[in-house]
Design a protein around this ligand. Structure first.
Ligand code: IPD
Ligand code: CA
Ligand code: CA
Length: 267
């Protein structure tokens, strides 16, 4: 059974408090006041309330840590090294459509290194979490990536670019290569949960472009601690800076890199 560190306990308490409010708002989704931040990128009252709750709870517990927030401006770390990376509601489009698949994602950086991550799916009551070097867990059970090696057995998750996002043609070429050789592609609509599901062996891999660091930070450490491999789509290391990501089990990593490279050559 997993023993949670003090840091994970702090993150869980904050996430559970924010999730109670999110669930209330989800049940009243039609009454939410919704404003548009950009094409197909909605900010709901729920995002802002959840982020405020997380900021208050986490700064109370760790007053010296800084913040990197999706909705608010960055807050520098008083201790010069630790900061939270937060997506208060990942899967906003699902949320606003009443689709019960969204999450709260919280990661902790120490300098340039991810040291902890937690993703809470309030509807399914699944808590994914990891601390560097101590493994990854879901509701207390150890997480492990799948052992599948044949692409023909594999289910891959992705994100499809939408109105206002670049890379539509690029995505179509990539999907073409992967759909031809795999058991299927899924687009569930919450990047953090896509990564958590690869960590849990539900998906065998996941790729997406055009993300932000808050979409992927917690998922990256959870995936690494589950034995998964994570890189940029071209194999580079700058996922958080560049916003593109490939996450897989160890058996299909090279296949996926090769297929995605083949798609790029067809430009
Ligand atoms: C979005 C989700 C989605 C991904 C988008 C993200 P948001 O985050 O993670 O799966 O395809 O690129 O922006 O806006 O719901 O927090
Ligand atoms: Ca997000
Ligand atoms: Ca969000």
């Amino acid at each position: 059974m997993a023993r949670k560190s003090a840091l994970i306990n702090v993150m869980e308490a904050a996430a559970r408090k924010a999730s109670r409010k999110l669930l209330r708002d989800f049940n009243e989704v039609e009454n939410l006041q919704v404003s548009r931040k950009g094409p197909a990128d909605f900010v709901s009252a729920a995002d802002i309330t959840a982020e405020k709750t997380l900021r208050e709870e986490l700064s109370h517990a760790r007053p010296d840590y800084g913040f990197r927030l999706e909705e608010g401006s960055d807050i520098p770390a008083k201790d010069g090294s630790h900061y939270w990376i937060i997506d208060p509601l990942d899967g906003t489009t699902n949320f606003l459509h009443g689709i019960p698949h969204f999450a709260i994602s919280i990661a902790v950086m120490e300098g340039k290194h991810l040291i902890a991550g937690l993703i809470l799916d309030p509807v399914k009551d699944e808590l994914f979490w990891a601390t560097k070097g101590d493994g990854a867990f879901v509701n207390g059970h150890r997480l492990r990536v799948s052992a599948r090696k044949a692409m023909s057995d594999c289910v891959l998750a992705t994100g499809i670019p939408f109105l206002g996002k670049p890379g539509h043609e690029e995505f179509m070429r990539e999907a073409n290569e992967i759909m031809a050789v795999s058991a299927g592609i899924r687009r569930f609509g919450a990047a953090s949960l896509d990564l958590a599901y690869v960590a849990a062996g539900r998906f065998d891999g996941y790729w997406e472009r055009g993300l932000s660091d808050w979409d992927m930070a917690a998922g990256i450490i959870i995936l690494r601690e589950s034995g998964g491999l994570v890189s940029q789509i071209n194999g580079g290391e700058k996922m958080m800076e560049k916003g593109d990501i490939l996450a897989t089990n160890s058996g299909i990593n090279q296949h996926m890199l090769d297929l995605l490279r083949k798609a790029r050559k067809k430009v």
